[in-house]
Design a protein around this ligand. Structure first.
Ligand SMILES: NC(=O)c1ccc[n+]([C@@H]2O[C@H](COP(=O)([O-])OP(=O)(O)OC[C@H]3O[C@@H](n4cnc5c(N)ncnc54)[C@H](OP(=O)(O)O)[C@@H]3O)[C@@H](O)[C@H]2O)c1
Length: 320
């Protein structure tokens, strides 16, 4: 475990949100561990060795079943690295959910994750969502202690804008290794915003300008969650619009021409972007995990005109 260098740059990550059974407090069972083992095995065999967790996934059970698989099959985990997230407090009973990035909460959440994952450290600890009550000055000593103790190798964020990262990095005085954002052929605001500058329709795009550029300039790795678009273009759900249907047809046609899967084409569209986006794959289905693993190769093969054709098909309108 943890034999690879810190914050390695694999282009595909396994997103563990689907592991661990239900989102309720009902305990996980043997079948949930079996399911996790099958998915993790398929992932490692396909060369996807970075695992993305969060303390909240399935109320801690995603991390717990991962830890159980690690105990069952320690050899499987050679060369595997793990990242996790903290800062979201799920609703409980009558209480709504909220965010908590106070120092005590971050440290306690990480300790819980390490215990459930059955590891001594994680590659990256990501702050899951911006917490308006976050005080970076009080968080700073806690993060520095976690780094010094070797419990985390780097700090990352998720769902944060350039301005938020800039401020956080200045106050914490450490680089931000990762920003994880929802980005896919379906969730395109991050790329739409770059071509709609000075265009009337640009006002409708609320993605915070400069976020992608900030990450590229500062060496902050971009990770895409929802990268498979929940199967929208690979037949997981009914296509709802003519644009979805058109993009689905084009994905299927390219997959056929290149003798690959629809999943690999959908992911390749993200990976071709020069920001070297890393795609977090949320499937727990071994077949779909294997089907996804061809994405980096397909990104190399995808031509510029194919990339734009997929984009314009999905947006349902030509570029300005
Ligand atoms: N940072 C954040 O705020 C944040 C938020 C959400 C998620 N995440 C991370 O990102 C990962 C991926 O996110 P995601 O799960 O929302 O998105 P995703 O990878 O786009 O979608 C995965 C889901 O879509 C289903 N799916 C995909 N292709 C399919 C197909 N062809 N047919 C049937 N079902 C298909 C999968 O079911 P099967 O399992 O049956 O394949 C799974 O439920 C998560 O695991 C988590 O690690 C991060």
């Amino acid at each position: 475990m943890m034999t690879q260098p810190a914050h390695q740059t694999s282009r595909l990550l396994f997103g563990a949100m689907g592991l661990g059974g239900t989102w309720t407090d009902e305990p996980y069972g043997e079948s949930d561990i079996d399911q996790a083992e099958a998915a993790i095995t398929a992932s490692v065999e396909a060369g996807i060795t970075v695992f993305d967790h969060a303390d909240i996934y399935r109320r801690g059970k995603s991390e717990a079943v991962f830890g159980e698989v690690l105990r069952r099959k320690p050899a499987l985990m050679n060369g595997v690295t793990v990242q996790t997230k903290c800062g979201i407090v799920l609703p409980a009973g009558d209480r709504d959910g909220y965010y908590d990035l106070s120092a005590g909460s971050v440290v306690a959440a990480l300790e819980g994750s390490l215990r459930r994952l059955q590891v001594d450290s994680v590659d990256v600890l990501l702050l899951h969502r911006p917490d308006p009550l976050l005080n970076p000055r009080t968080l700073k000593p806690a993060v520095h202690s976690l780094l010094q103790e070797g419990k985390i190798k780097a700090l990352g964020v998720s769902n944060m804008s350039a301005a938020q990262m800039d401020y956080l990095q200045t106050e914490l005085d450490i680089p931000i290794a990762v920003n994880q954002l929802e980005m896919s052929l379906s969730k395109r605001d991050w790329v739409e915003s770059t071509v709609l500058v000075n265009h009337p329709t640009g006002a409708a795009t609320d993605f915070p300008h400069g976020t992608i550029e900030w990450c590229r300039r500062n060496g902050t790795r971009l990770q895409a969650w929802g990268a498979l678009a929940q199967g929208l273009y690979s037949q997981a759900r009914e296509t709802h619009t003519p644009a979805d249907a058109h993009a689905t047809d084009l994905v299927r046609q390219l997959a056929q021409e290149r003798n690959t899967s629809a999943e690999a084409i959908v992911l390749a569209w993200l990976l071709k972007h020069p920001a070297r986006i890393e795609a977090v794959i949320g499937s727990t289905n071994p077949e779909r995990i294997r089907a996804s693993s061809d994405a980096p190769r397909q990104a190399e093969l995808m031509t510029t005109s194919e990339w734009y054709a997929l984009w314009t098909a999905a947006r349902g309108a030509p570029l300005p």
